[in-house]
Design a protein around this ligand. Structure first.
Ligand code: HEM
Length: 168
């Protein structure tokens, strides 16, 4: 068994999310690209199962730990997390960037924070519908304060959904 290397909480339900089963969470989408959520990556925070994210790409660096010229400690500190900042802070060489390719396992799947566009819920269409109802009501009541936010949220929903659809 691998030793847990971070104290970051890994919740029991941090695995596949509803919609992840179809398009993300390691499932191959169009072109063979795999998508993982932050929660998926967090699960790989062991010294014998080490993933990290750099620039929205997911890498399995387990076999690289001992080879890293900067030592394995710094990598293990980032295990299961986004290491973009620390990777860039060091000013890694072109060679180092090219090495990343060997450990690439997939892309980070962005999840929305806005519940109105929660595409990872089985009720995403229902939420979208509710959001549209809000919009209509606000227009009717001439209440434009939240209108902009809802329009933005719906636009993001549509863009992402179309994007995911092209991958499925
Ligand atoms: C999988 C991702 C990584 C790869 C492939 C990688 C690769 C390398 C390579 C090849 C070097 C030698 C210098 C160079 O060519 O730039 C290096 C140095 C170093 N790396 Fe990384 N690295 C990775 C991630 C990280 C991360 C996340 C950290 C976090 C702090 C880090 C910290 C360092 C440090 C401190 C050095 C300097 C060693 C020295 O100059 O004594 N590396 N890395």
């Amino acid at each position: 068994m691998g030793e847990e290397v971070t104290e970051k909480p890994v919740s029991a339900d941090s695995g596949p999310t509803d919609c992840s089963k179809a398009e993300v969470n390691g499932e191959k989408a169009d072109g063979g690209v795999k998508y993982y959520s932050l929660e998926d990556v967090k699960e790989h925070n062991l010294s014998n199962d080490t993933w990290l994210i750099i620039h929205d790409k997911v890498y399995d660096i387990t076999s690289f730990l001992e080879e890293h010229p900067g030592g394995e400690e710094v990598l293990l500190e980032q295990a299961g997390a986004d290491a973009t900042e620390s990777f860039e802070d060091v000013g890694h060489s072109k060679d180092a960037r090219e090495m990343l390719e060997s450990y690439y396992v997939g892309e980070l799947h962005m999840q929305f924070m806005d519940p109105m566009v929660d595409t990872c819920s089985g009720g995403s269409y229902r939420r979208r519908h509710v959001s549209l109802l809000f919009l209509r009501t606000q227009v009717l009541l001439r209440d434009f304060t939240l209108l902009q936010a809802h329009l933005g949220a719906l636009e993001m929903f549509d863009q992402t959904f179309c994007k995911l659809n092209t991958h499925s």
